[in-house]
Design a protein. Structure first.
Length: 249
């Protein structure tokens, strides 16, 4: 009986370790980067025009946005700072709890200024073919109930469609922002240039460590690298080793 009890305790302990380890893996920057990798190409500086009605300048506005990686408290997310946006001043795009799920936290604009007193609007969704479609948890009458983001023109154009809810499961256009990437080929596939050692995207910013030059894709990755170069390089080597092992299989 003692051996049986001890065996049960050992098995239970192993199960706890496996479950805890799995939970930790699901709540780490490495996991977040893998989930967000399909939208890595959002990273960059964008200049756009918003139009309530396609082909009409009535009610149109101009805005600029900067998408970067942000690394805080052991997690990773994509953040967009939006200047002169009509609906939102900031996006925080995160990995969701479920497989293939994305979460977007959107900081609303009030009277043309970021409303930092209001809680961010939460949208949840997934990639549907080449479009990231996100629906609000609790849509407001005067705010978008659904946001769709996609890249066109080889990644040099971003289209952000804002829609309102007119009935259960039915949406209608509020406005669409068409933005052009400032600097062609920025943040495209790493095959077109040096690789960002943090995310695997296109490296456009040079950093150095012990006399060796490396590249990162944005200021968020640059700051993460400079904070602990040895850790960043170790994770890069692990990632490349894993990619090499996968190719052999």
């Amino acid at each position: 009986m003692a051996r049986t009890a001890a065996g049960r305790l050992t098995i239970s302990g192993l199960l706890w370790v496996l479950i805890a380890g799995g939970a930790e893996a699901q709540n780490s920057a490495s996991h977040d980067k893998r989930v967000l990798a399909p939208v890595q190409a959002f990273v960059g500086d964008w200049r756009g025009v918003g139009q309530p009605k396609r082909g009409s300048n009535q009610g149109a506005w101009t805005e600029e946005s900067q998408w970067t990686w942000r690394f805080e408290q052991g997690r990773a997310e994509l953040v967009a700072q939006i200047s002169r946006g009509k609906y939102y001043a900031e996006f925080q795009l995160q990995a969701g709890e479920k497989s293939g799920q994305f979460v977007l936290l959107a900081l609303p604009v009030q009277n043309g200024q970021p409303d930092r007193q209001a809680p961010p609007r939460r949208f949840v969704g997934a990639l549907l073919e080449d479009t990231l479609v996100l629906t609000a948890d609790d849509p407001a009458d005067d705010r978008p109930a659904r946001i769709s983001l996609r890249l066109v023109a080889g990644g040099d154009r971003m289209l952000v469609l804002y829609e309102k809810c007119v009935a259960a499961g039915t949406f209608a256009r509020l406005a669409e922002v068409g933005s052009t990437r400032q600097g062609s080929s920025f943040a495209k596939a790493a095959a077109s240039g040096p690789e960002c050692i943090i995310t695997g995207g296109l490296g456009t910013i040079a950093v150095t460590h012990k006399g060796q030059k490396y590249f990162v894709c944005c200021t968020g990755c640059r700051d993460l690298f400079l904070d602990d170069p040895e850790k960043a390089l170790a994770e890069y080597r692990q990632r490349k080793a894993a990619e090499k092992a996968e190719k052999k299989q």
